[in-house]
Ligand binder design. Structure first.
Ligand SMILES: C[C@@H](C(=O)O)C(=O)SCCNC(=O)CCNC(=O)[C@H](O)C(C)(C)COP(=O)(O)OP(=O)(O)OC[C@H]1O[C@@H](n2cnc3c(N)ncnc32)[C@H](O)[C@@H]1OP(=O)(O)O
Ligand SMILES: [Co+2]
Length: 134
């Protein structure tokens, strides 16, 4: 079921500062910021060649990363995103195994325009898992 690592996401309190640090201090190629109101975040992607780093800043009231940043005020690793060939088949098989799919169980369109789902961190050893249709 599990395919390639699509990205590792870091929640950050200040997206502009984090983007500048990756671009100017680390010398990485960074995307323009993209506001994703449906996900409650603004994202910047850092291209590191073999995968991507997704920088996440809260957007709007009730952002799903707000509580995480309250607990980790300087930021931290928020989730890993793996590709799957068939996201609905993956969801059904995971739910049958007892894993909790977050939200209403229906994929949303993610930052790359493809369907995504999230799995509860307590079911995967303390790491929030995102699945993205390949
Ligand atoms: C655009 C898209 C894309 O790439 O395409 C994205 O990535 S959007 C990225 C943003 N979207 C999402 O994250 C959507 C899915 N996430 C969610 O629904 C939420 O963030 C939850 C994962 C349910 C957590 O929500 P919230 O922090 O409000 O709940 P909570 O405080 O009750 O947390 C429940 C327990 O999980 C832990 N917990 C919370 N977030 C965690 C994380 N990211 N990694 C590891 N553990 C985490 C808390 O510390 C707590 O543990 P203790 O009980 O031990 O204290
Ligand atoms: Co993500």
């Amino acid at each position: 079921m599990l395919g390639r690592l699509n990205h590792v996401a870091l929640a950050v309190p200040d997206l502009a500062a984090a983007t500048a640090a990756y671009r100017d201090t680390l010398g990485a190629r960074v995307s323009a910021p993209q506001a994703l109101p449906e996900h409650g975040v603004t994202v910047v992607f850092v291209d590191v060649g073999n995968t991507k780093i997704e920088l996440l800043e809260p957007l709007g009231a009730g952002s799903p990363i707000a509580a995480f940043l309250a607990k980790n005020p300087s930021g931290g690793m928020h989730h890993v995103c793996y590709e799957v060939d068939d996201i609905l088949a993956a969801r059904d098989s995971l739910q049958a195994s007892g894993a909790r799919v977050l939200g209403d169980g229906n994929p949303k369109t993610g930052a790359h325009g493809k369907p995504v789902l999230f799995l509860h961190p307590k079911d995967f050893f303390g790491t929030l898992v995102e699945l993205e249709q390949a």
